[in-house]
Design a protein around this ligand. Structure first.
Ligand code: HSE
Length: 429
């Protein structure tokens, strides 16, 4: 029976789950693929700390021995960070080994050179686990929707922020308490900055858009806003008006330019993404023949992520067995997109003006919206104490972002309206 050797680098939560998955499925995989799969080396920082339940001779220090080992044809990189995994993947690809990674930050930063290197080396760089954790969305875009033209992808791609927003909405928790809870439950990183500021989701939607639209979207170029501006008052008003706040990542082709962005948005309660709760992720894809389809599942965690790593492994085994050529490189880093500009985007908007409590404020706000040709859909105001600032909530019809920015600035500068005022985009189905 043919033997395929795997080098696993990194033995943290995901590495352990992946190893356990292979142990459990060993016989079935043998039967299914007709090959003997062997994890012949596991690269860790300190091999002495491992080996209690696994033959300690497989553990090696670092990764040099693994990428130099001619018998290993697949390297599974589950290290995390940027510099070390970059060296590992470059080393493995250039020695003709296929690579599986779950590291979206690395692909977002260095994907261009790594995908090119895979192509030059005639091997594959697989990354199902890098977006949406256990949700097999890369495969859906690459394979299942091959016969479709994809118009748009929108998703909830960050479990930490979705957990925080769900708890703020459903249980009235403050942002700080919800974040603390997410950290205690192990969803949020100890430094959650990349999650909260939308950068994690930006890296993921850039990868998905690159794949779906067949070019290269650099996450550093896209519109990216986090969730920190959302207050309890915003959440309560949204609920009253029939909306929920979500951190949405979206990619959509407009002509020959993709609009790719991450921002907190109000979604009508009936929107498919509005029903995605807690740490779950979801991806909603709109394509010509299938129409709308949505993929839901766990976006992080050892077992969920290992499930996607194993899916990549299955694909590679098939290729090795069939002696098939690698897939043409997708995403195509050699085709960088010029993006649809932020100023040209248009949405419906929700404004929350914090104002002095006196006659004439409504007139100022509505007058300046009117002079910028912005059509008001609804206005809501309620105050109890005239000595305190008042909250004025305004929802407007679809408007170009450039007009909204201009009108907002004029309103803030008009006097009587505080700069703690804010606005958010509304996404309808
Ligand atoms: N930190 C991410 C999240 C998971 O909260 O969804 C890894 O990308």
């Amino acid at each position: 029976m043919e033997r395929i050797e795997i080098g696993l680098i990194g033995f943290g939560t995901v590495g352990k789950s992946f190893y356990e998955l292979l142990r459990k499925r060993r016989d079935r995989l043998k039967e299914q693929f007709g090959v003997e799969l062997v994890v012949s080396m596991i690269g860790v920082r300190d091999p002495k700390k491992h080996g209690e339940r696994i033959d300690s001779s497989v553990f090696v220090a670092g990764y040099d021995e693994i990428i130099a080992n001619r018998d290993i044809s697949i390297v599974v990189e589950l290290v995390g960070g940027i510099e070390i995994p970059l060296e590992i993947i470059k080393g493995a690809l250039s020695r003709g080994k296929h690579v599986i990674t779950a590291n979206k930050a690395l692909l977002a930063e260095h994907g261009k050179e790594l995908f090119m290197l895979a192509r030059e080396s005639g091997v594959e760089l697989k990354f199902e686990a890098s977006v949406g954790g256990g949700i097999p969305v890369i495969k859906v875009i690459r394979e299942s929707l091959k016969g479709n033209e994809i118009f748009s992808i929108s998703g909830i791609l960050n479990g930490t922020t979705n957990y925080i927003l769900t708890r703020m909405t459903e249980s009235g928790l403050s942002f700080e308490d919800a974040l603390k809870e997410a950290q205690e439950k192990g969803f949020a990183e100890s430094d959650p900055t990349l999650d909260i500021e939308g950068i994690d989701a930006a890296q993921k939607i850039s990868l998905l858009s690159s794949l779906a639209f067949d070019g290269w979207v650099d996450y550093r170029d896209i519109l990216c806003e986090g969730i920190k501006r959302i207050t309890k008052k915003d959440i309560d008003f949204a609920a009253l008006a029939g909306f929920v706040f979500k951190l949405v990542a979206t990619g959509k082709m407009i002509g020959d330019k993709p609009l790719v962005a991450v921002f907190p948005a109000l979604l009508p309660k009936g929107h498919p993404l509005a029903t995605v709760r807690n740490e779950y992720n979801a991806v909603l894809i709109e394509s010509d023949f299938l129409g709308k389809s949505m993929y839901l599942g766990k976006g992080a965690g050892g077992d969920a992520t290992a499930s996607s790593v194993a899916s990549d492994l299955g694909d590679l085994i098939e290729r090795i067995r069939m002696k098939a050529k690698p897939d043409p490189v997708k995403p195509r880093p050699s085709r960088p997109f010029s993006l649809f500009s932020k100023e040209d985007m248009s949405f419906k908007y929700y404004f929350h003006f914090v104002t002095e409590n006196r006659p004439g404020i409504w007139a100022t706000v509505t007058g300046l919206l009117a002079s910028n040709a912005i059509n008001i859909e609804s206005v809501h105001q309620k105050w109890e104490n005239p000595a305190e600032p008042s909250d004025l909530y305004v929802m407007v019809d679809e408007t170009a972002e450039s007009k909204v920015v201009k009108a907002f600035e004029e309103i803030i500068n008009a006097g009587g309206i505080y700069d703690t005022s804010t606005y958010f985009r509304i996404l309808e189905e």
